[in-house]
Design a protein around this ligand. Structure first.
Ligand SMILES: *Cc1c(COP(=O)(O)O)cnc(C)c1O
Length: 389
């Protein structure tokens, strides 16, 4: 049996069998089991901020695991304090931090924090967006606006009302003084890397403030330099009440964070929440290495090159490009994203068939100009192979 057959035998079918097994990586390059190289333009779904096997990440993690790998929350350790302080420095606003292990857990913390507020103020329901994605555990899933992954696991303990993403009027209608919190991605990720119209996030801030509802920014996919800012909301010049982080923060090590700004940072009382592994020293050391080595100027230069290159590609299958920074979707005229993903893989590039008509790119933030040029140059023939295949 090959590894793919053994995978199928050993694992639950929830992922299907992935199309490729990876053996190792370095920078933006990964190698499969046969030693064939690929340029990785998906980066573990916007996770591998520093690319693969970045020397600073390797050193930080190796050193930490050889020093002390785990303390539990019965004891504190220096890496977690350094990381929380570093996040607060980059956020530039008074706030407090809770560390989890993943995105969905960061959102569970945000959800429980919101519930504390809702119970104290007699509020009853949440608002989230159609096609929004907030995670797979029951609390985060209840806020996820994708029927196919949500409905079969309901009903959920708290009412969530869904509004069309990007429609500020619909949001204003839905958010009353009974609303606990609005969960919002500053740009929708899993829905297809869909930025909202200009001013939407700012309008959401005003709507929440006037109704007294909390604004929760889910930046699990969009933060840590991905959009050319440390945090996506910083582009809008407004501050949410709660912010959730994960994916790119650990550069491949599992860590999530829930940040409460101002009074939202003080809603949990002693004993209200916790996590055995959350903020463990190894993941914190990794995240510190990420924050020390992401170069926003490089991200913005690379993004400019990628966007101008892609926007210069003329092909009947390519409708356009949307997204922010080094995080975008190639929008197709036909629902053949799986064929584009396969054709790209055949040509030596890893991309992600995100929606039937959208292919996601989220390369490591260290992607080079040469690597970007090579994808742009290969794209027309990839699209042609996908159209014929
Ligand atoms: C990936 C993602 C999540 C869930 O994160 P996990 O680490 O997979 O639990 C939540 N929200 C957004 C916006 C995401 O992109």
């Amino acid at each position: 049996m090959n590894l793919y057959e053994r995978f199928e035998n050993a694992f639950m079918p929830n992922y299907g069998v992935p199309p490729l097994a990876l053996a190792r990586g370095e920078g933006t390059t990964v190698w499969d089991l046969d030693g064939r190289p690929y340029l990785d333009f998906i980066g573990g779904i916007a996770v591998d901020s520093l690319g693969h096997a970045h020397p600073a990440l390797v050193e930080a993690v190796s050193k930490q695991v050889a020093t002390i790998a785990h303390t539990s929350n019965l004891f504190l350790h220096e890496p977690e304090v350094l990381l929380a302080e570093k996040l607060l420095e980059l956020l530039k606003e008074p706030a407090k931090v809770f560390f989890a292990n993943s995105g969905t857990e960061a959102n569970e913390a945000a959800y429980k924090l919101s519930l504390k507020y809702g119970r104290a103020t007699g509020r009853s329901y949440f608002v989230a967006t159609e096609n929004g994605f907030h995670g797979r555990t029951i609390g985060a899933l209840s806020l996820t606006g994708k029927k196919a992954i949500r409905d079969q696991f309901g009903p959920f303990p708290v009412e969530v009302r869904f509004v069309p993403y990007g429609d500020a009027d619909a949001l204003a209608q839905a958010v009353t003084e009974e609303c606990v919190a609005v969960f919002l991605e500053p740009t929708q990720g899993e829905a297809g890397v869909v930025p909202p119209p200009d001013g939407y996030f700012k309008a959401a801030r005003e709507i929440c403030t006037s109704a007294g509802a909390l604004l929760v920014a889910d930046e699990i996919q969009s933060a840590i330099g991905r959009t050319g800012h440390w945090f996506a909301h910083q582009a809008d010049g407004v501050v949410p009440d709660i912010l959730t982080l994960a994916k790119g923060l650990g550069g491949g090590l599992p860590i999530g964070a829930c940040v409460g700004f101002g009074f939202a940072g003080t809603l949990f009382e002693k004993g209200d929440h916790g996590s055995t592994f959350g903020g463990n020293p190894v993941s914190c050391a990794a995240a510190l290495a990420v924050l020390d080595n992401v170069d926003l100027d490089h991200v913005n230069r690379a993004a400019e090159l990628l966007w101008s290159g892609l926007e210069g590609v003329r092909h009947p299958l390519l409708k356009g490009v949307r997204g922010r920074g080094l995080w975008l979707a190639l929008v197709l005229n036909e629902p053949v994203s799986v064929k584009v993903q396969q054709a790209a893989q055949n040509a030596g590039f890893l991309v992600n068939a995100l929606q039937p008509d959208a292919v996601r790119l989220a390369p490591p933030l260290v992607v080079t100009a040469e690597e970007i040029r090579s994808l742009v140059a290969a794209l027309p023939s990839i699209l042609t192979e996908a159209s014929h295949g």
